[in-house]
Design a protein around this ligand. Sequence first.
Ligand code: HEM
Length: 134
Amino acid sequence: METGLLHLHRTLGYAVFFVALIDLVLVLTRARADPRAASALDRVHKFGFMMPGRLNLLLGVVLLVLIPTSDLTSWWAWAGLALWVPIEIINKRLMGPEIALAKDGGTASNRLTLGATLELLIIVTIFGLMTARP
Ligand code: HEM
C-alpha cells in the first residue's frame, strides 16, 4: 500500500507543479484582461492546483507515518507542510481577488503575476525538499 500511496503522492506533486506552470503561462498571456481566459485560470487554479495540493498534504502526512525512510522527526516533510501556508494566503489575498476582477471584465494588476510566480517558486521549493530529503 505504501508504494501505491507514494506513487500517488509523487504523481500529484508533479501534476501540481505543472499546473502552477500553466497558471503562470495563462497569467502572462491572456488571463489578466480576458474574462474567458480568467475563468479558465480560475478553474485550473482551483481544481488543478489548490485541491490536489491540499489532498497531497494529507497523503504526505500518511506516507510520513507509513514509509520506513521517514518518520515524524523528518523536518523536511514538516517544512513542506508549512510551505503550503503561504500558498493558502497567496490564494486568498492575491490570486482570488485578482482573478475575480479579471472575470468581471476588469484588468488584473501585477499582484496576479506576483501570486502565480510565488506559488510556482514555493512548489519548486517543496519539490526540492521532497526530492533531496536533507
Ligand atoms: C503539495 C505539497 C507536496 C508536494 C508537491 C510533494 C511532492 C513530493 C514528491 C515529488 C515526492 C517524491 C520524491 C522523490 O521521488 O524522490 C514526495 C515524497 C514524499 N513526501 Fe511529499 N510533497 C508534498 C507535501 C508533503 C507533506 C505535507 C508531507 C508530510 C508531512 C510529505 C511527505 C512525503 C514523504 C514521506 C515522501 C516519501 C519520501 C521517501 O521516498 O522516503 N509531502 N513528495
